[in-house]
Design a protein around this ligand. Sequence first.
Ligand code: F6R
Length: 270
Amino acid sequence: MPEIIIVKNEAEAGEIYARCVADLIKSKPNAVLGLATGSSPLAAYQALAKVIDAEGIDVSQVQGFALDEYLGLPLDHPESYHSTINRTVTAPLGLDPAKVHVPGDALGGCPLEDGERIADAGAAYDAAIEAAGGIDVQILGIGTDGHVGFNEPGSSLASGTRVKTLVEQTRADNARFFDDDINQVPTHCITQGIGTIMRARHLVLLAFGKGKAEAIRQTCEGGISAFCPASALQMHPHATIIVDEAAASKLSHKDYYEYAYAHKPAWQGI
Ligand code: F6R
């Protein structure tokens, strides 16, 4: 069962993530970070950039692996996850771009029809994560339908990195990044699988706002099901879910989570 931390706002969640990752990098300079795109992790990346700067942390050896990428968008498209990770993570944190990887990089934005190139890309990405030593801390957002990465409902909970079809709801949710035009949102993606994500040593999932409340309820207090892929986190030995009041509003054991966190010894960290 993940630890559930209820915070005031995204900034407070960001500070908790930043402290955890900054301490990790200090003790392990070549730490491997799992990276997500979307809105949820932005305050966390900003907080981490501040701590790195304020504490003069050397990040030259840090490695990064993004969760997912759209298929069929050129890498230099402003909304490709290649561009987004560069803009929101690599540049502000001062990471070495050669050490930050996105699942579609090897495909160079090739069209979805190029099956020959796409077929092996997922297995190669999982092998690259293993070769780097595995992911130390994986940051996650969650879709309104309970997806993590782009593992939509129905995804195998043992899956590796592979091509998936985005559901209409996710394309509608993400149309805000594409001039509010769902037709511009790609239909397919390549995403770390749930099995890949579960191999990370620590998972930190962030969710804010009322729109995420039902997905958070199912993730934390529902049954484990491929129809809420994030519910696999219940099986992870070290998962932390950080939510604001709105995203926590449907949790029936909210009082207990607050009590447990308030009484947690500071030395435990997250
Ligand atoms: C992004 C990703 C997705 C998002 C999710 C929530 O790399 O893998 O699972 O985390 O769609 O998106 P936001 O944070 O924009 O609500």
